[in-house]
Design a protein around this ligand. Structure first.
Ligand code: NAD
Length: 252
């Protein structure tokens, strides 16, 4: 492992533009389980029944039984890996992160350039009156939260949806644009805590590879189809701080 960390740190030190793609695995050590590991949400809730906009429109109360479990985890705190990643941006090593996560932990850790590819739980929308509310206003409304907006003395009352991207929804245009800007010119991508099975996000490492860049993976279990230049197998909360410390010694 030591050797792999050295190699990755050397590549980071000589890269012109480094970006990261993150997934659910970076947040497991903050207490938010990923969706596919044993006991994860998708092993208990069929994504076709609970993870699509169609399902939400058909029966929002049913989908909220699953969303409620996720909501309960959202007071989580960033772990040592998130903090190390924020340090890399602060030090000018990391240009930005494209995250598939919806938990906001990269921003809590201090990262500024974060593209939320699958939306986030920080805001909620009413699909009836189109109001958008911040999470702080939605939490007190209970589960499932109902739209509090009133017009002509009538309360809307429609069940709110978190602004996360369900499986049958498009990636928000601003996320596609933000991701493209990060990928352009990147010559190294850190692929962190993602099995790279959900497209189009899973195609991003290939975009970097096609422009001549390197792919460095950090995962507990190697992503099946990623074919990285280097795979660091282990815990995000241990590997990122070790990598960052090694890089600091190289740069000093
Ligand atoms: P995934 O569950 O398919 O894969 C997780 C990957 O992380 C696996 O390769 C696993 O080996 C690795 N991993 C788990 N714990 C780790 C650790 N401590 N250190 C290093 N690696 C670890 O996750 P995915 O690829 O992100 O796809 C899941 C989808 O569900 C994404 O679209 C994501 O938006 C969403 N999701 C988000 C959250 C969140 O916001 N925290 C949580 C669950 C799922």
């Amino acid at each position: 492992m030591e050797e792999h960390i050295n190699q990755a740190a050397q590549w980071l030190a000589s890269a012109r533009k480094v970006i990261a793609l993150t997934g659910a695995g970076v947040s497991t050590e903050s207490g938010i389980p990923d969706f596919r590991s044993p006991g994860g949400l998708w092993t208990r809730y069929n994504p076709a029944e609970y993870g699509t906009l169609g399902a939400f429109l058909r029966d929002p109360e049913k989908v909220w039984t699953m969303l409620a479990e996720f909501e309960a985890l959202l007071d989580a705190r960033p772990n040592a890996g998130h903090i190390a990643l924020a340090g890399l941006e602060e030090a000018g090593v990391l240009a930005g992160i494209i995250t598939q996560n919806i938990d906001g932990l990269h921003q809590s850790a201090g990262n500024k350039q974060v593209v939320e590819y699958h939306g986030s739980n920080r805001t909620y929308s009413c699909l009836s009156c189109r109001s958008r509310l911040p999470r702080e206003q939605v939490v007190p409304l209970g589960i499932p939260p109902r739209c509090p907006q009133t017009a002509n003395g009538h309360r809307c009352g429609n069940i709110l949806k978190p602004d996360v991207v369900f499986f049958d929804e498009n990636i928000p245009p601003q996320a596609l644009i933000g991701a493209d800007q990060l990928v352009r010119g990147a010559d190294l991508i850190l692929v962190l805590g993602t099995s790279c099975e959900v497209y189009p996000a899973a195609g991003i490492p290939d975009q970097v590879r096609r422009q001549g860049g390197k792919v460095v993976e950090v995962n507990l279990e190697q992503a099946a189809d990623l074919m990285p230049d280097l795979s660091l197998q282990g815990k995000f909360s241990e590997i990122l701080p070790a990598l960052s410390a090694r890089l600091e010694t190289l740069r000093s």
